[in-house]
Design a protein around this ligand. Sequence first.
Ligand code: GH3
Ligand code: MG
Ligand code: MG
Length: 750
Amino acid sequence: MKTRVFIAKGRYKMLKSKIFLKAMFIVASVIIAYTLVISLFAIPKIDQSIQTLEEKNAKEVLNRVVTITRNVSNDLESFKKRSLQIHKNELKNLTDTVWSIIQTKYEQSKPENLHTVLKQRGEMFKKNLMHFYNSNRGSMSMPALKDAIKNYTKIYRHDSLNTGYFWINDFNGTMIMHPIQANLDGKNLLHYSDPNGVYLFADIVRTCQERGAGIVKYQWENPNTGIIEDKISYVFTFEPFGWIFGTGEYYSVLKTKFQKEVIDLVSKLRYGKNNYFYITDYNNVLISHPYLQGSDLSQVKDVKGNYILQPMIKIAREKGEGFHRYWWKKNGSDNTPYEKLTYAKDFPDWKMVIGTGVYIDDIEKEVSKRKKELMAQLQTIIKNTHIGKTGYLYIFDDKGNMLIHPNSNINGKNFSRLENPSKGTYIFDDLIKASRGSKELFYKWDKPSDKGHYVYDKVSWIEYVPELGWYIVSSAYVDEFKTSSIEVRHFILILAVTIFILSALYSFVFLRNLLVPITDLSHLALKVTGGDYSVRSDLRRDDEIGVLAGEFNRMVETIEDHIENLDQKVQEKTQELKHLSDTDPMTGLWNRRYFTATANTIWSLAQRDQTELSVIMLDIDWFKQVNDTYGHHTGDEVIVALAQVLKDSVRQSDLICRFGGEEFILLLPETSLEGAVVIAEKIRKTIEEMRIVTETGDPVHFTVSVGVSQMDPQHDPDIETTIRRADEALYRAKESGRNRTVSHKGSSTE
Ligand code: GH3
Ligand code: MG
Ligand code: MG
């Protein structure tokens, strides 16, 4: 019987396999050591890294929002600046243009330019005089001509102003005709000096004596104001009469005149959407303005309480030019104030400031629109941003208004008076204070899931955006930073356990695959030791275990072969020995011990089956003599020859036995006495006729006596009785002369 190893059986067996347990122990130890190393060294490191990462992330998010906010606010700022700059450039360019017109006028009003003007005026007048003179001197008397010219000059005015007149004096400095101050006529003014000590008539006479014509400067009463003012005059010689003509202008008049021209011009200028230029004097009185001309604005303030005109004049006078912003209504009928940007440029020569302004509410409108967009963007970011698990971002302004907060209850509310319950301070103040220092605030706060319970450690990182006046806060619960690392730790542990289980399973399967055959082989080996050589391994593998199994089988087979051979030999030997103990070595016939036992069995069978059974007893006659005559050796030959005759004379089923020395007995089953006598006689006769030639060459002749008996089933208690009767018959054969057969019929037949 061969042993078949089943997997199920193998699995169970595995748990008893020492080598399997050892291998599993090694695998488990390695995995446990690995897990321990990870837990002891890797996990704390991971813990720390994750916490740092979480913190970094929280700050990163904050910085991102701050950056976005800063960028937008910078954009806004630069947009504002750019827009303002565009406006500024426009205002400045326009004003510069107008300013240069004024400058031109002013240039014209300057004395050196006045020379030319006055000279032109004078020369023109002289030309007219000469013409008048030349055309009338023939027809008019000299005194009449002089009077005509005097009268003409008296009423002549260069312009609508009373100041553009001509006067006449002579080379002695005597006034011939003054159109305004008639009281001077006929007076010698050579020794008259103006308030500055200028002998103007002496100057006039000298100029004309030396050059015929020229400019003189002095002071003279302005007929319009009655005030003595600076004056500049052109004087020329009228040769026909030896008279000096003069015409002059007061600076103040000229200034006013040019200024008026300028104001007329500027007040009509418009650009853009009805934008205008203004001119103010240094005393805040508007010289030119579409609807406020002549108004004193020295005390006028805008809606924010700031003076409007004063600072403009101040900037212009101090720096030559500059910008100013204030709030102003857009026109005379609408009183809504809008922010306005104004450019002011000083015109010091005329002690005035000129400029123009533009409303910049469009810029502010755009800015607030973009601010709203930023708020919406930040709102989205903040709503979708979590710091840790439930931490969040929020933004408030420097007045404590919560601008953006994920909790809509707080969003938009002012929290400047919200208490920090763990410290008894205002959280707003704490945050502001922290923003100026470490930018980090640790405090205790409640949780959205546990409101009003101010026991949770919280950390806030605060960044201030000064451009907007905003505080941006990234706020998180400290314990939540650990949550992530705990999650990772759990993950690692689960991973380790999974690896452990998988490795164990894999090792189990692998080791079982490897070791089951070895265990089986060891079990088979134990069976062989126990004496079962029929066992074989049915393992077929192409590895060393396969070789081992094959060699094991071959080994056991060899042992089995050897043992089978040995058995056979023992049996043979036993058989041989048994034969030897049952037979007579000399003749090969059954010996008496074997015969007696076997004869008993055959007799019993014959008794049971009611079959016949006969016995022949036989003894060599005079055998002593044979021995004596030919020697023992020949005696032995005779015995052997007789045995051969007996073997040749009976059936296979008959039992032949050497009963003693030279006495033999035959047991013939299913043979009657008569049958046995026939056989006995046949034997006796064969021997009688037989001659044995000895080694020495002597022919030996001998005879036998035979006694025959038959089993008497009724009276014979055993085979001994039957044999005894044969023996008696033999005795009688001997007695009655030998070489004969005597039968004994038994007690009933005798
Ligand atoms: P009878 O039987 O005719 O009365 O005469 P006998 O000479 O045969 O007398 P008995 O049977 O008494 O003697 C038997 C003798 O046979 C005695 C013994 O020396 C001899 N003898 C017995 N066994 C052997 C044997 O194996 N070999 C030889 N050579 N002699 C034997
Ligand atoms: Mg005898
Ligand atoms: Mg004898």
